[in-house]
Design a binder for this molecule. Structure first.
Ligand code: PXP
Length: 252
């Protein structure tokens, strides 16, 4: 049975839209764990567009499931990972202009750079996953570099029309089997939703699904009515003392 990694980057996206303190992804990680998250996933991007260094540090202290750090394969990020010590690192490609991660790593063409980084992290007992497209060539290259996991990119499956979806699913089924055969553990993610997750969760050998956008969207859908009701209550029944700035008791 597959487990669930909840990607909380989008919570930080909303906070960074205003550069304020809410919503804070750190306490939200705790709520995600209460909901059953088996892992909390964050992507510390080089441009810090959503998750900040402070988030990662605090998450390391409060996450009681597992912390999966997604990051680009470069020396700045490796130094951060060695200091923070997440439970695993997922190496992802990163382009400044992209809205989100657009495709898998090219493990074949980046083999020597990736190999060094994988070894450095593993030497510090941090297991490494490589985010790749479900192609045998990339899976085989990941195995040659002795990565612990691959995370198979489900974006093409998620975006496929109904005719193509079966084919995209079969690539993920075959990719998982091939990776397992080579001794790699398999996660997957990107674009998974409440409508399309079940066939992926049912793949033999699939360990963990990393899901962000759809869960955070659903949280808005199930939480908005209550949030509006609470604000309406304050507006309709304000406390009298609030007018005189007495809502914060003075310290004596
Ligand atoms: N896995 C990886 C490697 C990702 O980069 C992302 C997006 O941050 C996800 C999973 C989650 O994708 P989504 O937000 O579409 O569920």
């Amino acid at each position: 049975m597959a487990s669930l990694g909840v990607n909380i980057d989008h919570i930080a996206n909303v906070r960074q839209a205003r550069k304020t303190v809410e919503p804070d992804p750190v306490p939200m990680a705790y709520l995600a764990e209460l909901g059953g998250a088996d892992c909390i996933t964050v992507h510390l991007r080089e441009d810090r567009r959503h998750i900040q260094d402070r988030d990662l540090e605090l998450l390391r202290h409060i996450v009681r499931s597992r912390l999966n750090l997604e990051m680009a394969a470069n020396s700045e990020m490796v130094a951060i990972a060695l200091r923070i010590r997440p439970d695993m690192v997922t190496l992802v490609p990163e382009r400044r202009q992209e809205v989100t991660t657009e495709g898998g790593l090219d493990v074949i063409n980046q083999a020597s750079q990736l190999s060094e980084i994988i070894k450095e992290l593993q030497l510090a007992s941090i297991p490494v996953s490589l985010f790749i497209d479900p192609l045998s060539s990339q899976i085989e290259a990941s195995s040659s570099l002795e990565a612990n996991w691959v995370e198979l990119h489900t974006g093409n499956y998620a975006q496929a029309d109904w005719e193509d979806q079966k084919f995209q699913l079969s690539r993920l089924v075959e990719g998982t089997a091939r990776a397992n055969c080579l001794g790699l553990r398999v996660n997957s993610g990107h674009g998974l939703t409440y409508q399309n997750v079940e066939p992926i969760a049912a793949i033999n050998g699939m360990e963990e699904l990393n899901i962000g956008h759809s869960i955070i969207s659903r949280a808005l859908a199930v939480g908005l009515q209550k949030a509006v009701r609470e604000m309406k209550e304050l507006i309709m029944n304000p406390r009298k003392e609030a007018l005189f700035g007495m809502h914060h008791k003075e310290l004596t």
